[in-house]
Design a binder for this molecule. Structure first.
Ligand code: 1GP
Length: 247
């Protein structure tokens, strides 16, 4: 079964899905594999691998290691065309539609498309939208784009609807890794009632309660990165999974 279908089944059965971001820059391969296995055992639904920057050469090795040890679907969450691997199950094929920098809307995608095809990777077309989060995030700085103001849900809604009309399959509302403030529920709720494609929400989510509030507002998938990578606490992974699945 395709990963996209798998994700839709998770959303259907569990109300929402929990995706954990593993950044190969922040740990060794052994640690990344350990964390991935803990996520599988404690109820997460999938893994995102990637980051805005990549200082390490072990990107491919981490994905291979995780795939060999862990049953969860592995999706690449690419900061650039340098983050590709034939060992992943799929790639979030991101277009940074909140910005007006053509390179991140279509330039990098053109460079990546033939490689993705040759790797036989499933590409899941995803509208990537940066939402203002209290500080300048890596994604904003590196893409040289402005985020959508957090108190203007109407701007986010119009962008998300444009993505749906363009045929994109998911919308990712991103506060940024380590963001001071996560995506406001008001923005999620506005977008959720306006479009019919699933919404991923991530960036700066630090507690299961916060994750639950995002799902209640209309998120279909929640992503956490830093909070799990720093604590590496199985009970916390379980608590996030339960809060997101509505248990
Ligand atoms: C970043 O949304 C992800 O792209 C995760 O963010 O590391 O802040 O959880 P955090």
């Amino acid at each position: 079964m395709k990963v996209y279908q798998q994700l839709m089944q998770i959303k259907e059965k569990r109300g929402a899905g929990y995706l954990v971001l593993i950044d190969p820059d922040k740990q060794s391969t052994v640690e990344a594999v350990e964390l991935a296995c803990a996520c599988a055992e404690e109820g997460a639904d999938g893994l995102l691998i990637g980051g805005s920057l990549m200082f390490t050469h072990i990107f491919d090795e981490v994905i291979r290691g995780i795939k060999a040890a862990c049953p969860l679907p592995v999706l690449i969450f690419p900061g650039s065309t340098r983050q590709l691997s034939p060992h992943a199950d799929a790639i979030l094929y991101l277009s940074l539609i909140s910005g007006r920098n053509a390179y991140y809307i279509i330039g990098d995608q053109v460079l990546a498309a033939p490689i993705i095809k040759s790797m036989n990777l499933e590409a899941i077309s995803t509208a990537y939208m940066l939402i203002e989060s209290g500080n300048i995030t890596s994604a904003q700085f590196l893409s040289d784009t402005k985020p959508i103001p957090r108190e203007k849900p109407d701007i986010a809604m119009a962008h998300a609807l444009a993505a749906e009309y363009l045929g994109m399959r998911m919308v990712y509302l991103e506060a940024g890794s380590g963001a001071k403030l996560s995506v406001p529920e008001q923005v999620i709720a506005g977008v959720a009632r306006y479009i019919s494609i699933p919404i991923i929400v991530g960036g700066g989510i630090r507690t299961p309660e916060e994750a639950h509030a995002k799902v209640a507002a209309g998120a279909s998938f929640i992503v956490t990165g830093n909070v799990i990578e720093k604590n590496r606490d199985r009970a916390l992974i379980r608590a996030f999974a339960e809060a997101i699945h509505g248990k």
